[in-house]
Design a protein around this ligand. Sequence first.
Ligand SMILES: [Zn+2]
Ligand SMILES: [Zn+2]
Length: 350
Amino acid sequence: MKTVGYAAHSAQDDLAPFHFERRDLRDNDVAIEILYTGICHSDLHQLRNDWDMSEYPMVPGHEIVGKVIDVGKDVKSYKVGDNVAVGCMVDSCQECDQCEHGDEQFCREGMTQTYNSPDRINGNITYGGYSKHIVVREEFVLSVSDQLDMKRAAPILCAGITTFAPLRDFEVEEGSRVGVIGLGGLGHMAVKLAKAMGAKVTVLTHSAGKVDTAREMGADDVVLSTDEDAMENAANSLDLIINTVPVKHDLNPYMPLLDVGGTLVVVGQVGPVNELNTMPMVFGNRGVSGSLIGGIQRTQEVLDFCAEHDIHPKCEMIRMDEINDALKRLEKGEVAHRIVIDMSTLEADQ
Ligand SMILES: [Zn+2]
Ligand SMILES: [Zn+2]
């Protein structure tokens, strides 16, 4: 299938229109017309080759919603016209212990990421959601409920699942005390999801300008991390902290905010943190942990949870040809919440 997307040809390049072919449908494949794609901060890292694993040309995008336009002959769960979604992975071995218990992101043979990853069968590098169409095996296609607004659903596929998974893993429920560091794409979803689970949510931010936004999102409390007294008053007040900050920073000021046995989960940053003081860890069984997206079943669960609780990411819609400006704004930290590309603005003849 011929299609069009936007690709970068090197780490220095802007994205530009790129014509390519999607594979012929395998028996278990679903072909999707992409309607909306969210822009994730990791798209920026991948485009700039920050993690030293980028292949070009690169078509980023792993927050995808669209409509089924064709199915292979063995596909059972989807039919033409269904509203569907694709997140950060498109394949895994389906046989190892991790795949068996639903953590395909930790597949022993390595998950196939939605873009910049070799296809398990033909070895071609995968192209993501900054494009008109995508072909994905049935097991990695998610169903989108009619309750969800397709226009605003895309960021659930990465920002949503990334924060939902640790909230579930650490059994957040009515009365849990959850802290959220950062209020961007991931952070604002963490606030909404934790609130819907019945938690008391405290946003930790270094910018006074974010206080009102945090309240609007539903935060019960906001603590300015630059205010030493406020930080001291918040000692031992949280069971779990979801840390969504995407750049190198100091974790030490946050650890004393955890109650005995509490955990700070890093979901926003890949790389070193500043030297970590083990005092609050040893004297109180506090821990630092990490979390990577979530398995397919969990991703379906967060989509259904958002539908049930009427949770939609805060989205700013752009045209496909505005992508380079959008990425520059994201790089400068000028983007509140999530940018979503309206794929109807990408014409086949571009
Ligand atoms: Zn992402
Ligand atoms: Zn596996």
